[in-house]
Design a protein around this ligand. Structure first.
Ligand code: URA
Length: 215
């Protein structure tokens, strides 16, 4: 970072007024990213912006490769996630992990997060207001991690980004430009557990999202 600051100062001394950053360029080193995520986690663990803090065991910030070019985004922690403090570790998470591994990768290769960091009681869908309160945390995480592709798992995650209702069976597979990044819409693994015929589609979507993030 110091080196980058010195470089920018030299450019300014030379009369440059604007610098166009390529999203491919990693401007933060991993230590700095770690520090920011640890700070954010501290903030999230004591967050009381919405009512979900009352019933949580702990907030679940997310986990994975802080330099990942692909981030999976789900809805909110469930019971297992709330207990363990890790995203996607219950039945739906096991399916997600299985499909990532079947594609030839490990879940640690990517970053996995949720729209809401705290478990809604009884695993109900988070309300629009709860999602709105929590979304800035995810936005900050996205800035820090700087993924090229955000693979949105299910209609709720898609709704949070697009600010409209999403019929996921109609819109899955869509690629949408969002603040210079690619949103890739697909099914939530919990939906696939209830509709096993959709597993092959989720698998193909995961492979496509991985491929998009690499080019
Ligand atoms: N469902 C989600 O949306 N997120 C999790 O972390 C677990 C289940």
């Amino acid at each position: 970072m110091d080196q980058l600051k010195r470089h920018i100062k030299i450019l300014m001394d030379l009369g440059f007024e604007e610098i166009f950053l390529d999203k491919e360029i990693e401007i933060m080193d991993i230590k700095e990213k770690e520090k920011l995520i640890v700070e954010m986690n501290r903030e999230i663990q004591s967050c009381t912006k919405c009512d979900l803090y009352e019933s949580r065991t702990q907030a679940v910030i997310g986990e994975g490769n802080l330099n990942a070019k692909l981030m999976f985004v789900g809805e909110a922690p469930g019971g297992d996630e709330d207990k363990q403090g890790r995203p996607f570790v219950g039945r739906a998470g096991k399916l997600l992990t299985k499909l990532i591994e079947a594609a030839g990768y490990r879940r640690e290769d990517f970053y996995i997060a949720n729209i809401c960091k705290c478990r809604p009681p009884g695993n109900r869908t988070p309300t629009p207001w709860e999602m709105e309160q929590c979304f800035p945390y995810l936005q900050k995480q996205i800035e820090i991690i700087n993924p090229k592709v955000l693979c949105l798992l299910g209609a709720t995650a898609a709704r949070a980004f697009l600010n409209r209702n999403v019929a996921i069976t109609k819109e899955r597979g869509s690629l949408i430009n969002w603040e210079g990044r690619i949103l890739y819409l697909t099914y939530h693994p919990a939906y696939v557990l209830r509709n096993p015929n959709a597993e092959i589609t989720l698998f193909e979507d995961i492979k496509k999202a991985i491929e998009l993030s690499q080019h």
